[in-house]
Every structure is written in C-alpha cells, then in structure tokens.
Design a protein around this ligand. Structure first.
Ligand SMILES: Nc1ncnc2c1ncn2[C@@H]1O[C@H](COP(=O)(O)OP(=O)(O)OP(=O)(O)O)[C@@H](O)[C@H]1O
Ligand SMILES: [Mg+2]
Length: 300
C-alpha cells in the first residue's frame, strides 16, 4: 500500500477517475475553498466532531481534536492499519462509546448516542467485515435495513392493513435496490451463496433501505473483484450526485483518487492531514505515516 502513495503512482492513478454518472449535480464547489489542513472548518458540515477520544487499555486509538465533514460530497478516510479509522466510525455511529468528546450530526448535538437513534436520524454505516446473514435470502437481508416496521409496534398490531401496505412498500423499495445493484437475479437465493463483492453490494443496498442522509462505508471495496469494485465506485458517485453525503474508509489509492472529493488522513488516532486527494497523497507527512508503519513492520 505505501507504494501507492508514491507521487509517480499517485499521478498515474489520478487519471483513472470515473466518468460522471447520470443526472444530478455535484456539490463540490464549496469544498474547493476549504484550507488544506487538519480540522479545517467546512462551509456546510453534516458532521462536526470535537475532542473525541477512545482508549483501549493503554492505547489511545482515537484522539480527534476537531473534524468537520462536508455535506453532499464523498470524503475518504485513509490511514495506515491500526490508525483508528474503524474505531472512529464505531464512535460516530454509536457502536462504541467515546471516553471524551461530543459531536453534531446534521445540525443536532449528540453525545454518546445509540446507533438506533443515529440511524433514525439518517446516519447509516456498513462494516469492514460484511454482516450479511448467510441463512437469510438476499431480499430479506435488504429488508432488514428498513426503518422499524409498523407491525413491530404494539399499537399498530391490531391494524394489519396498515403494516401490510408498509411491508409492500418496503418490498418494492428493496427490489428496486436489488435491481440497482445488479442483484435482482439473486433475490431469493441465500445471502451465503453470494460472492464477497456481491455481499458488499448487498450491504450498501441494505444501508440505503433506511434512506440515510449520510452513509459511512468501512472498506467497501476490500475483497471485491475489479469489475464489481468499478461498479460499486460508480454507485457511490451516483449516490452523491443524488444528494447523499458519503464517508468511506479505503486503502486503495486508485479508489481514493477515483471517487473522493476530500480526504481525511488518520494516523495514531489523530487527523494529520486533510485536503483534496491530489494534494493529500503527495503530502510528506502522509507518506511518512504509511512508510513509517511499513518500516516498523519490516523491523519486527
Ligand atoms: N475492541 C478493541 N479492543 C482493544 N483494542 C482495539 C479494539 N478495537 C480497536 N483496537 C485497537 O485500536 C487501534 C485502532 O484500530 P482500528 O480497527 O480502529 O484501526 P483501523 O484504522 O480501522 O485499521 P485497519 O486499516 O487495519 O482496519 C488498533 O491498535 C486496534 O488494535
Ligand atoms: Mg478498520
């Protein structure tokens, strides 16, 4: 991975950007004015983080002083293995509790909120290791992402017609998502029969069932074959054109330069650099963070 950060490799790869998807309009202009520095304020942040920290034993895994994520763009979160990227996602999405810090999401202040509450407000994340349920069908896996069903609520139980119509609407929506992600032909297969790449697509489809405003993807391309990865990148770009905000964790620099509008670099739990991809991948401190890891690894 460090090789991909060399200036030569970076400039070769930046030309591999995808063609713009159909429809919509990008909201990247405002971010072009943002200074290229850690913690830089954004014109329209969907997430604002302050003093966020989390330790495991003696290890300070996340120690973010200030971070803002711009609405309506694709932000890549990069950094060497163990930098704290997944832990930061876990904290922000309510899957782990922070030791210190507070943040706001979509204009609302939150402190150690539950994952459910955040999801209801439109923040949905996917996991580094896919969480599809192998023994459920593909369509049922997507349906699991639907907001809480009326039929599950006690007060609605006596009115089956209400929850049936909601169920039908959810099924229609899930089928449309399967179509969108080229999984319609697998609708009634068990999720366990999907390839690794198809499971990643399934996870994104499930995340979209909740109609998020911010979707956070933890290494969506890992283990995905190149053709599917290309298709997933196109889908992500399309979502942003449709108005969603996307934050994704990624190691492959061709993906980062291909689809991100902004890059945040984490090393040892801290934001060490921020900026557009072409700038960040040439940053000496960023290259050092990756190479330092590699040297430390080589010495072990
Ligand atoms: N539940 C946990 N208990 C103990 N240590 C943990 C726990 N979760 C994470 N860590 C440690 O915190 C640090 C950050 O881990 P994290 O998984 O957030 O890194 P990452 O940037 O996502 O790495 P990768 O790129 O390999 O996925 C690592 O040193 C990791 O071992
Ligand atoms: Mg991780």
């Amino acid at each position: 991975m460090p090789d991909e950060l060399t200036p030569q490799a970076a400039s070769d790869q930046s030309e591999a950007a995808l063609p713009p998807p159909d429809g919509g309009a990008p909201a990247i202009e405002p971010i072009l004015t943002v200074p290229h520095e850690p913690g830089a304020p954004k014109p329209d942040p969907i997430l604002e983080v302050d003093g966020l920290s989390r330790s495991f034993g003696g290890l300070l895994a996340v120690d973010v002083d200030h971070l803002e994520v711009q609405r309506g763009v694709t932000t890549a979160l990069i950094g060497p293995n163990g930098a704290g990227k997944t832990t930061l996602f876990n904290l922000l999405s309510g899957f782990e509790r922070a030791d210190t810090g507070h943040w706001s999401f979509n204009g609302e202040a939150v402190t150690n909120p539950s994952a459910d509450a955040l999801a209801r407000n439109g923040m949905i994340r996917t996991f580094q290791l896919t969480k599809s349920l192998a023994k459920l069908t593909v369509i049922d896996n997507v349906l699991l992402g639907a907001p809480r069903q009326l039929g599950e609520r006690l007060w609605a139980a006596p009115f089956p017609s209400r929850w049936r119509s909601q169920e039908e609407a959810n099924t229609e929506r899930a089928e449309a998502l399967l179509e969108r992600f080229n999984l319609a032909h697998m609708r009634d297969e068990l999720a366990g029969t999907l390839s690794g790449g198809q499971r990643k697509l399934l996870e994104v489809a499930r995340a979209l069932m909740a109609d998020p405003v911010l979707i956070m993807l933890d290494e969506p391309m890992a283990g995905v074959n190149p053709a599917l990865a290309q298709s997933l990148m196109h889908h992500i770009t399309q979502l942003v054109y449709e108005g969603l905000s996307v934050v994704f964790i990624e190691h492959a620099m061709d993906v980062v330069t291909g689809i991100s509008d902004w890059v945040v670099v984490l090393a040892q739990g801290q934001v060490i650099a921020e900026g557009p991809p072409w700038k960040v991948i040439h940053d000496d401190q960023v290259i050092d963070a990756y190479l330092g890891r590699r040297r430390a690894g080589a010495e072990r």
